[in-house]
Write a protein that binds this ligand. Sequence first.
Ligand SMILES: [Zn+2]
Length: 98
Amino acid sequence: MSIIYLTDKELRAVVNFMKPKKRFVAGATCPSCKSEDTMRIWTQNGVTFRDCVECGFAEDNNILMQQNQQQQDAVQNNSKTDWNAKDKLIKIIDATAS
Ligand SMILES: [Zn+2]
């Protein structure tokens, strides 16, 4: 097992390397405060983040994907609910008939 000692300068270089590079998105409008050229975008651990320096609005593409997934789930749940409602309706009619 070997231990690597880093000088302050090297350590700072490593920290800078680990730090995500945030860059401004030219022409992008903040969905929250509608300011232009205030949106920054960067990638960390494979997730793309963006935020607004003007109002502090922040989101990542995981949130966006989760929202899409929730919307898809909601659609599927709605169709399931419809089927359940029909089943109940049939059962009620059956109960009344017998
Ligand atoms: Zn904003």
